[in-house]
Write a protein that binds this ligand. Structure first.
Ligand SMILES: [Zn+2]
Length: 429
């Protein structure tokens, strides 16, 4: 039998779902019943303590439960790092297979009262948020047995990466390392840690100290580092320093031989919001041969150069970039110039000529920002030509039509990050 391909995919995934529903969920690890109990256990075992913050009714949080916390990798890592779960939500209680006590259906081994009490400590004491504030979740917070927060990682994470963080957190929990944690020596050591989340905090503290002697030591430390992601992190941290002289230390990274370093530095320069980076970025435009740093360069120019004609020119040129990934990032960067005729026609050209889902989605998004209500009809016609399975593009078209029709589309600007990711973001982790 011939089944059209999208339908075939739908049938297969339906079968997969049915098969999955028959199988019992793989067991979850045993969570610590409270922060105090978790810290005491961590102390006794000489390990770190990790609290996983989770919420109901959200796909990313659900995926953590279905694919990560129930994985073999996570269970093995939880032998090396004490774990607890924090959630504001109330669930059904079911008898625990082991003890027979009534426990939370969603997380097992603890009651909802317990995971809610842990959430309260995390929210108020660790993150300083109020009872009604949003707390970005999923989130994993790593704590030393003495209660000191070591580092954290926000948003979803793959099981291998989370396991690596848990093992690293426990390795960092030796008495010697904890004792020198907040000293210059301890921070310099962590500034070149193999784990990005560990580096981030140490580098933030070192850069904020605003001390030329510290800058010198940091640059000295770099000489022994080979991993481009570590070199990139250190140079990128300087991009956000307090003075133009110190921020200029980041500029060494723009001509670094490794494109990973260049991508990370360019991204950090854009994110810093510091106008003194703009001439350096403009000098790189047209010279960058690799896709990832060139894509990040367009994004940075769109942020720092939104009022600058030379930046506008470089991004406009990027709308015709021969590399599709770089070109898609140029479209994402062109928001400040969305109303210009040349920009609109470049985006319409994508709709006619086609291309990856990424580039079509971002071209539609950019048209949505043009303020040109005459484009509603164009987009409606375009929508009728899209397959129903192309849901991401369909959603982009609907949002653009709503925007052009003068409707309120909350966070429309942030859709760009959902449609096309700056390559720097997949390196940084
Ligand atoms: Zn519960």
């Amino acid at each position: 039998m011939q089944i059209p391909r999208p339908l075939a995919v739908a049938v297969v995934s339906l079968l997969a779902f049915a098969a999955r529903a028959e199988e019992p969920r793989p067991p979850l690890p045993r969570w610590a019943p409270s922060i105090e109990a978790g810290l005491a256990d961590a102390k006794a075992r000489g390990q770190a303590f990790m609290v996983a913050l989770n919420m109901d009714n959200e796909a990313g949080n659900q995926r953590m439960l279905d694919e990560v916390y129930t994985s073999e990798e996570f269970r093995a890592a939880s032998q090396k790092c004490v774990v607890a779960v924090a959630s504001l939500f109330q669930h059904r209680l079911l008898p625990d297979a082991k003890s027979g006590a009534r426990v939370c259906e969603r997380f097992g081994s603890v009651t909802c009262e317990q995971h809610r009490a842990i959430e309260d400590v995390v929210r108020r004491q660790w993150l300083g948020r109020g009872p009604k504030d949003d707390v970005e979740s999923p989130r994993h917070i790593f704590v030393a047995p003495n209660g000191k927060i070591l580092f954290q990682r926000v948003w979803t994470i793959e099981k291998e990466d989370l396991a690596a963080l848990m093992l690293r957190a426990s390795e960092l929990c030796t008495p010697e390392r904890l004792e020198r944690w907040d000293t210059l020596e301890g921070r310099l050591e962590r500034a070149i840690d193999p784990i990005a989340s560990v580096r981030e905090i140490a580098l933030g503290e070192l850069i904020a100290s605003d001390d030329p002697a510290v800058d010198g030591k940091l640059k000295e430390t770099l000489k022994s580092v080979k991993d481009p992601r570590i070199v990139g992190s250190v140079l990128a941290a300087f991009a956000a320093a307090g003075t133009p002289e110190r921020r200029a230390i980041a500029h060494d990274g723009l001509t670094h031989k490794d494109p990973v370093v260049r991508t990370m530095v360019i991204h950090a320069m854009g994110r810093s919001g510091a106008a003194d980076h703009l001439p350096l970025l403009l000098a790189r435009a047209g010279k960058e041969k690799e896709t990832a740093p060139r894509a990040s360069l367009y994004r940075a120019l769109g942020v720092l150069g939104k009022d600058d004609e030379a930046a506008a020119k470089a991004v406009r040129k990027g709308l015709g970039d021969s590399d599709e990934t770089a070109r898609a990032n140029a479209f994402a960067a062109a928001a400040p110039w969305a109303a210009e005729k040349a920009v609109k026609s470049a985006a319409r050209k994508v709709l006619v000529e086609g291309g990856s889902q990424e580039i079509r989605g971002i071209a539609v998004w950019l048209l949505g920002l043009s303020g040109d209500a005459g484009l509603v009809k164009t987009l409606e016609e375009y929508k009728s030509s899209i397959g129903r399975w192309d849901w991401k593009l369909t959603r982009a078209v609907d949002a653009a039509i709503a925007k052009l029709s003068g409707k309120d589309v909350p966070n429309y600007e942030t859709y760009a990050a959902w449609l096309v990711q700056d390559p720097a973001l997949s390196i940084a982790r």
